[in-house]
Design a binder for this molecule. Structure first.
Ligand code: OSB
Ligand code: MG
Length: 373
C-alpha cells in the first residue's frame, strides 16, 4: 500500500489581475503562480504555491519557490512511497522555511490521494462540517477614499458577509472612520500586514471606537510577544496572519494572549496536515479561525474551500469569487458566491473543479517535468 510519487510537473502561470491589489507592503497588478502536478499510477493531483512575486509578505517569492521545488523539495519526495500525504511534511522537514513551496506539493499530494480514493478533497482531509462556506472580501488600499467606498458598496450588495480593508500608515484611522460612517452595520475589519510597531500603541487604540471584528497582523511578521502587549491595550481582537507558521506558533500565541482569532493560510503553514493542526489547537482553546487568501487561481481557491469545511472555520474568510480576480480562471466552473455570501461545497472527486487545460496552456510561461529514477 501507499502512493509512490512518480512524476512532478511544475507549471508557472502569469495571470493579470482584474484590479490591482495594494497592501502596506506594495501593489500587485498580476500574479506569477506555480501549480504543482504530482502523478502516480496514471492519476494527477494539483496544488498551488501561494507565495507572492516578491519576498514582502514573507520570505518566499515565485522564482525562489521554483528553485526550491526543483532542487530540494520535489527531489525529497520523488520516488518515495507515501503512507499518507502528511508524509510530505516529514520528508521535507529538513528544509528550513519556504512553507508555501512545500505546501504547494503537499496540497497536490492530498488532491492525488483524494482522486485515488474517489473522495472529494474536503473528505480526504477530514473536513465536511460545513456544506457552504461563509465568504468575506479583502479590499486593497485604493487611490482615493471614494474609490474604496464604491468597492465596498459593490461587495456588500453582492452579499459578502464581511469586509476587510487593508490599512497602512496614512491610510488608517481617517479612512476607517469614513467607511464606518457610510456602513454603520457592516461587519468590518482591517489588515495592516505588519505596518506598525509597539510605539504606535496609542494610535492603534483609536481603532477601538469603530467596532471592528478584528485587526489583522498590526505588528511585525515574526513578533508574537509585542502582539500580546498590544492585545492587552486593545478591546478589538487581534487576528494573527503572518506570525502563525505552525501549530506550535498558534499555541504560543494563544497561551500568551497575543490574539483572539487566527487566519489560517494553507501555504503559510506548509499544507493541509499543519493547517489542520493549527485549526485543532485553536479549537481546543476556543479561538475561532478563518481561511485567508493569497490571490489564488482557481486551484488554490478550491483547496481553500476544502480547508474551510473543518468545523472551527466559523468566521467568513477571504475566499471569494473567481471573477473578483480573473477575467478567466484556470478551472471550470469558476468559483461563484451565492447572493447570501456563501460558496456551496460540491461532491466531486479531488479538489472539486475541472482544470481548464486550454487556458492553463495559454497563461503558462514556464514548465518543468521531474521524474523518479
Ligand atoms: O494579508 O491576507 C493578507 C493578499 C496577498 C498577501 C497577503 C494578504 C492578501 C489578502 C488577499 O488579504 C486575500 C485574497 O483576496 O485572496
Ligand atoms: Mg493578512
Amino acid at each position: 500500500m501507499g502512493t509512490r510519487i512518480e512524476q512532478v510537473n511544475l507549471h508557472w502561470l502569469r495571470m493579470p489581475l482584474v484590479h490591482f491589489f495594494e497592501t502596506s507592503f506594495g501593489r500587485t497588478y498580476g500574479r506569477e503562480i506555480i501549480l504543482v502536478e504530482a502523478s502516480a499510477d496514471g492519476l494527477s493531483g494539483w496544488g498551488e504555491v501561494t507565495c507572492g512575486e516578491s519576498p514582502h509578505y514573507n520570505e518566499e517569492w515565485t522564482e525562489g519557490a521554483w528553485l526550491l521545488l526543483r532542487d530540494f523539495i520535489v527531489p525529497s519526495v520523488l520516488g518515495k512511497t507515501l503512507g499518507s500525504p502528511a508524509d510530505v511534511q516529514r520528508l521535507t522537514a529538513g528544509i528550513r522555511g519556504h512553507k508555501m513551496a512545500q505546501g504547494g506539493l503537499e496540497a497536490a499530494v492530498w488532491d492525488l490521494e483524494a482522486r485515488r480514493n474517489g473522495n472529494p478533497l474536503w473528505k480526504q482531509i477530514g473536513g465536511g462540517a460545513h456544506k457552504a462556506i461563509a465568504c468575506g472580501v479583502s479590499i486593497g488600499i485604493q487611490d482615493s477614499v471614494g474609490q474604496l467606498l464604491q468597492k465596498i458598496r459593490t461587495e456588500v450588495e453582492a452579499g459578502y458577509r464581511r469586509i476587510k480593508m487593508k490599512i497602512k500608515r496614512g491610510w488608517d484611522i481617517d479612512v476607517i472612520r469614513e467607511v464606518r460612517r457610510e456602513f454603520p452595520a457592516t461587519p468590518l475589519m482591517a489588515d495592516a500586514n505588519s505596518a506598525y510597531t509597539l510605539s504606535d500603541v496609542d494610535h492603534l487604540k483609536r481603532l477601538d471606537e469603530f467596532n471592528l471584528m478584528m485587526i489583522e497582523q498590526p505588528l511585525a511578521h515574526d513578533e508574537i510577544i509585542d502582539h500580546a502587549v498590544l492585545q492587552a491595550a486593545l478591546t478589538t481582537p487581534i487576528c494573527l496572519d503572518e506570525c502563525i507558521r505552525s501549530a506550535h506558533h498558534a499555541e504560543q500565541a494563544i497561551r500568551m494572549k497575543a490574539c483572539g482569532i487566527i487566519n489560517i493560510k494553507l501555504g503559510r503553514v506548509g499544507g493541509f496536515a499543519e493547517a489542520r493542526r493549527v485549526h485543532d489547537v485553536a479549537m481546543q482553546h476556543g479561538i475561532p479561525v478563518w481561511c485567508g487568501g493569497m490571490l489564488e487561481s482557481g486551484v488554490g481557491r478550491a483547496h481553500n474551500i476544502a480547508l474551510s469545511t473543518l468545523p472551527n472555520f466559523v468566521l467568513p474568510g477571504d475566499v471569494s469569487a473567481s471573477r473578483r480576480y480573473w477575467k478567466r480562471d484556470v478551472i471550470n466552473p469558476w468559483v461563484e458566491v451565492t447572493p447570501d455570501g456563501t460558496i456551496i461545497v460540491g461532491d466531486k472527486t479531488g479538489f472539486g473543479y475541472d482544470l481548464d487545460l486550454d487556458y492553463l496552456a495559454q497563461v503558462r510561461v514556464r514548465q518543468e517535468t521531474l521524474k523518479a529514477s
